[in-house]
Design a protein around this ligand. Structure first.
Ligand code: MEV
Length: 313
């Protein structure tokens, strides 16, 4: 039997890092995907092939002994084939650059959980999300779960660690221009750095969490009005909060300046410390913004919101 699934990447529009400490974040899925094909095979092995390398192991290896970015797939396959006298072959194809804040690992976990679990049963989306977050925890223990949630359900949503997600009904007609610093980051490392910052600056961090909470509430209103210009101002404000907790750097600041020249606003997406930034545009300033980045030799492309989320075939 063969089972196939695809899941979109994501951009965190507002609230990364603060979401780990209970603040509401706003995320959207983007029209770049990971597709995973899973197949039962007779040999008792777990074989994973992807554009970032391959992994082939016997089942039942301790997860802590596996040093590979493909570990979440192994975890999922090993969990699902328990008591089956067979193996699994997994093929991963991704359009999302790795380790730059666009949700490639969450999309892998979601598409992987769907493709692998559906070899055995008609798993619900809720259960797939649960498996995906478990798998993501093999590479990043303290995940808020926000990224896997938006990769599963798609669209644009508010997310809070305690209460989960609520889809935002308006469908804003903006384009996001993504620019890549080409500095790979480890989400876990940057999240740990923010934890140290918080421990050393409890009062300042708590104030920033309050500011972010207020900003997100304002944004939820602006989204109803589809007010792209004002949303851009909020994006710039959010970037300042991210700079205050130390997740920006000189290259990112340079990219933000370029993005701000013609877009409505620009900020980091995801963990920061490298990775990508996005600039908010519409039809009037999309091309100009892309040209600004390309003129300075930054890799960039535009994305739109993906409304579908997880897709199974
Ligand atoms: C990473 O894409 C987003 C962070 O907020 C971590 C998380 O929410 O798990 C930095």
């Amino acid at each position: 039997m063969i089972s196939k699934a695809s899941a979109p990447g994501k951009v965190i529009l507002f609230g990364e890092h603060f979401v780990v400490y209970g603040v509401k974040a706003i995320l959207c899925a983007i029209n770049k995907r990971v597709t995973v094909t899973a197949e039962n095979i007779e040999d008792k092995i777990i074989s994973i092939k992807s554009n970032i390398g391959d992994l082939e192991l016997q089942p039942n290896k301790p997860i802590s002994e596996i040093d590979s970015p493909l570990k979440p797939f192994y975890y999922l396959a090993n969990k699902m084939i328990q008591n089956q006298n067979a193996g699994i072959k997994i093929i991963v194809k991704s359009e999302i650059p790795l380790g730059v804040g666009l949700g490639s690992s969450s999309a892998c976990c979601v598409a992987g959980a769907a493709a692998i679990s559906r070899l055995y049963s008609d798993t619900s989306k809720e259960k797939i999300l649960e498996f995906a977050i478990e798998a993501e925890k093999t590479i990043f223990q303290n995940t808020s779960g926000a990224d896997c949630t938006v990769c599963t359900y798609g669209g644009i949503m508010e997310f809070n660690k305690e209460n989960g997600y609520t889809k935002i009904k308006s469908e804003p007609n903006f384009h996001l221009v993504i620019a890549n610093s080409n500095i790979e980051h480890s989400t876990e490392l940057v999240v740990n750095e923010v934890k140290s910052f918080k421990e050393k600056n409890e009062e300042e961090f708590s104030k920033l969490c309050d500011n972010e909470t207020n900003l997100v509430e304002d944004v939820l209103e602006l989204l109803k009005e589809n007010n792209t210009k004002k949303l851009g101002e909020k994006i710039n404000q959010n970037q300042k909060y991210l700079e205050a907790i130390g997740v920006s750097n000189e290259k990112i600041k340079e990219m933000i300046q370029i993005g701000m020249k013609s877009s409505f606003g620009a900020k980091i997406t995801g963990a920061g410390g490298g990775g990508c930034i996005f600039a908010l545009t519409d039809e009037t300033n999309l091309n100009e913004t892309i040209n600004q980045f390309r003129n300075k030799s930054f890799e960039c492309f535009s994305v739109k919101i993906d409304l579908k989320g997880l897709n199974t075939f």
